[in-house]
Each structure stands twice: as structure tokens, then as C-alpha cells.
Design a binder for this molecule. Structure first.
Ligand SMILES: [Zn+2]
Length: 69
């Protein structure tokens, strides 16, 4: 019973973490025609060439935050 509640709490915390990482990662970036993660050329207005790069960028931001930078 409490185990389920704990897991729900963990899930919410994870969602918040991901949302915050997303908010930190994307708005400050300007679309300049190149992927912000791997420097591939991307379609006009796109920040990343694919979702993997976007996710990796968010993961990196989160890792930096955890490392206290
Ligand atoms: Zn990329």
C-alpha cells in the first residue's frame, strides 16, 4: 500500500524533474539551423536533429544540475 504511494510520489518527482530540465534546455536556445547537441544541420526553426539529441541535451542539463554546476 505505502509502496504504491511511494512509487506514485517518485513518478511525480520524476515528471517534475523532466519538465524542469525541458524548461531549462529549450527556451534559452536559439534555432540557428544546427542541432544544439551534435551540430548536424537541421530544418529551419528546429533546435535538434532528432528526439535523441533533444533528450540527451536534457539529460546533460540534468546531470550538470546534479553535479552542482
Ligand atoms: Zn543532433
Amino acid at each position: 500500500m505505502s509502496d504504491v504511494a511511494n512509487r506514485a510520489e517518485w513518478r511525480i518527482a520524476m515528471d517534475l524533474t523532466v519538465a524542469k530540465a525541458h524548461a531549462r534546455c529549450t527556451p534559452q536556445l536559439e534555432a540557428d539551423g544546427y542541432c544544439h547537441y551534435c551540430d548536424e544541420q537541421v530544418a529551419h526553426g528546429a533546435l535538434f536533429c532528432n528526439t535523441d539529441c533533444r533528450d540527451d541535451c536534457q539529460w546533460e542539463q540534468e546531470a550538470l544540475r546534479r553535479a552542482g554546476r
